[in-house]
Design a protein around this ligand. Sequence first.
Ligand SMILES: [Zn+2]
Length: 84
Amino acid sequence: MAFGYSKVYGWQWEILPCPFCEKGEISCKWYPSSSKVSLNKTASLPGQGSMSKSKEVWIVLSGCSKCGKSQDEVESELKKRGLI
Ligand SMILES: [Zn+2]
């Protein structure tokens, strides 16, 4: 299958260490979100200050081959830690 290295605008590829065992390598790609994201959506929600912390869109492409965590587990752990 031709997954191809088409130069889709703006996608960046990155290898992150596994958040569980720190030995595995997690393939990710992320997209630096640009002017599409409006920062002044609704400023009328008190106590919701940290919603727009990360502006990038991250996609975890693999799980950990060392400790066997799945793609979903790795992704939610990385998000919980604020890494993606
Ligand atoms: Zn791991």
